[in-house]
Design a protein. Structure first.
Lengths: 331, 307
């Protein structure tokens, strides 16, 4: 695999949810790229559209009510959105693969874990039962599940949370995917297990050279593993930057607010700067920049017209803010 | 698992005791004299009545009668009815017919009930779904004696597809009564399947199945359906237990010589020994089938543990 190969290119992706009480614009023109061996973190709070973005890329959006209304998802140059479902299905697994937040509900409770991993080989590769089970044992060992051979026929509820997430990961990497999307992979786990799972993902990525999209709301998780960060707010990317740059000097008021809301030991005793207010209702988006009601930099131009576009701040980073100069320069 | 089965079998003892006592008491309290009509046009002579009552222990107090009955029951003897026939034999010649009837009803439930439920579930809110909802509601709200009569008239007489009665109890004759008998359970099985499927289609593991690149057929047919059918199979199993108890109304309508009809006839003839004997067997079969269903539930759902 070429180290600099562009694996995924998302251009102006748009998704809406058509519901009884109106149309929710969940994704409004999201664009980003992912290269081999790279880890891109998509950061945002609940409802910002990060999971929907992932599901739209995978093509597993619940439809109805969710519809992709525009844009491109180019996987190694082929636009997946233009492929017929039958072709697209073959990309899931060997091409792009995904792991989910809650491994207990994401694994089928009535089938043994080994069977669920082996299903990848049986369905995509037409392998027989015995060979596929042997492969499953190998994968369980690769994600460091102790006594894999004895536990291959155990059911999901017989494993701990961390082990279940390892099984999810084993299933996702079964066919050596080119891109792995991890949707809040550690949110349901306790902190020590979180670190182990992130370590495992990193290890697997280094072995196989996958591109990794890490979806999270946890700035702490991101800092250690991501190469680049894309911050999402109300269905738009508001800032993209390398991880070090972003932490050092945020260029969007929202990112700045997020970073200031992390409790810090050296500022013990001071009031935490949480971002006031709530994210906008996707059914009734405010005019102008969707962040303006919560923004301390907001001026008149932010409250009217179209939301500001994502524009380059300095080489390698971009922000969508009318007042980017003030935010970026305001140190 | 072994412990669970032993415990359940032990639990059957008080249930069977209670059931026999209740039935015995009810039959004992039933008004009417079993000797009426046994001596032609005239009332029976006091000597005959006394001899009859002595033979069947009818002259003894209730508790003694019950104790004597239980004593025979534990030896597997259901007694001799007022016509001098062994109750066990009477039941044995009728059980195959009832079993056939129940099997037809269950097959109908499985094939039609589950298919209708699956169709409605995957086409939620569409025409098929509404059709299934309305027709099952109709089946649930029509009493079985009306349904039986209607089926006889339409399919038996007007269209002539099926025989109107099933006196010999052949498979073909029992087809129509079996469907009438299963109609209510078909409706419930269809609704249960639909509800569970709709719920499971939204489950996270179905999303996972799609993310694994499985075909929609496999994501729905294997992953969602396998989970949706757990309560349906349990329901059908339990309804089989109930059907094995014979269908008094259905067997009466179609003139089927099964357990249900036997109970009906025994009640009208004040044949208490037969009624008690038949009901004891029914309660026993019901309990055994329910135990099997509970074991099956543990097999279908690995999260259920019987230890």
């Amino acid at each position: 695999m070429n180290t600099n190969e562009k694996l995924l290119e998302v251009n102006d992706l748009r998704v809406e949810f058509r519901m009884r009480d109106g149309v929710a614009h969940a994704i409004n023109g999201v664009s980003f790229e992912l290269y081999a061996r790279e880890t891109l973190a998509i950061l945002g709070e609940s409802g910002s559209g990060k999971s929907v973005t992932a599901q739209a890329i995978m093509g597993i959006l619940d439809s109805p009510p969710g519809f992709v209304t525009g844009g491109e998802v180019k996987f190694r140059g082929t636009d997946l959105l233009a492929l017929p479902e039958n072709e697209r299905r073959k990309v899931r697994g060997p091409g792009i693969s995904m792991i989910f937040q809650d491994a207990l509900s994401s694994l089928n409770p009535v089938f043994p874990v080994g069977w669920q991993i082996a299903e990848m080989f049986r369905q995509h590769r037409g392998m027989n039962r015995t060979d596929a089970e042997a492969k499953a044992i190998g994968l369980m060992e690769r994600v460091h599940i102790p006594a894999a051979r004895e536990r291959v026929r155990a059911y999901p509820h017989q494993f701990s949370g961390g082990m279940r997430q390892r099984i999810m990961i084993a299933m996702a990497i079964a066919l050596d995917p080119v891109v792995l999307i991890a949707d809040e992979p550690t949110t349901a786990l306790d902190v020590t297990v979180q670190a182990q799972i992130m370590g495992l993902l990193k290890e697997l990525q280094d072995e196989a050279g996958m591109g990794l999209i890490l979806i999270t709301h946890d700035l702490g998780v991101v800092a250690d593993v991501a190469d680049r960060i894309a911050v999402m707010y109300a269905g738009r990317l508001v800032e993209t930057a390398g991880v070090v740059d972003l932490y050092a000097r945020p260029a969007h008021p929202y990112t700045k607010g997020l970073l200031e809301s992390i409790p810090r030991l050296d500022l013990k005793g001071q009031t935490l700067n949480a971002i006031g207010g709530l994210p906008p209702n996707l059914l009734a988006m405010p005019a102008g920049c969707p962040f303006h009601p919560r923004c301390r930099y907001a001026v008149d131009i932010c409250r009217e017209g179209e939301p500001p576009p994502l524009e380059e701040v300095v080489a390698g980073r971009a922000a969508a803010c009318h007042r980017v100069k003030e935010v970026y320069g305001d140190e | 698992m072994g412990k669970f089965i032993v415990r359940r079998i032990l639990q059957m003892i008080p249930v069977l005791l209670g059931a026999t006592f209740l039935i015995f008491a009810l039959v004992f309290l039933l008004p009417g004299d079993p000797t009426v009509g046994r001596c032609g046009e005239r009332p029976c002579s006091p000597a005959y009545v006394a001899a009859f009552r002595a033979e069947y222990n009818l002259d003894k107090p209730f508790i003694v009668q019950y104790a004597l009955y239980l004593g025979k029951l534990v030896q597997g003897d259901l007694g001799t009815n007022f016509y001098g026939n062994s109750v066990l034999h009477e039941l044995a010649i009728r059980y195959p017919v009832t079993l056939k009837l129940a099997l037809i009803a269950i097959a109908f439930e499985i094939v039609v009930g589950i298919s209708a439920g699956v169709l409605a579930g995957i086409r939620k809110g569409k025409f098929v779904d509404n059709l299934v909802t309305v027709s099952t509601l109709l089946l649930i709200s029509i009493p079985v004696f009306v349904l039986g009569g209607l089926a006889q008239m339409i399919f038996g007489i007007k269209l002539g597809w099926f025989p109107v009665t099933a006196t010999e109890g052949t498979w073909y004759q029992l087809l129509l009564p079996g469907m009438v008998l299963g109609a209510l359970s078909v409706a419930y099985a269809a609704r249960l399947t639909r509800t569970n499927l709709v719920e499971n289609l939204r489950a996270d593991y179905v999303r996972t199945a799609k993310a694994k690149g499985l075909s929609p057929k496999r994501a729905i047919g294997i992953h969602a359906l396998r989970n949706s059918l757990i309560p349906v199979v349990t329901y059908i199993g339990a309804s089989f237990g109930a059907l094995m108890g014979g269908a008094i109304v259905t067997e009466r309508i179609f003139n089927i010589n099964g357990i249900g009809y036997f109970i009906f006839r025994s009640i009208t003839q004040r044949d208490g020994v037969s009624v008690v004997g038949a009901v004891v067997v029914l309660v026993f079969v019901y309990l055994v089938v329910n135990l099997l269903v509970d074991i099956l539930y543990g097999v279908l759902d690995p999260r259920i543990s019987h230890d």
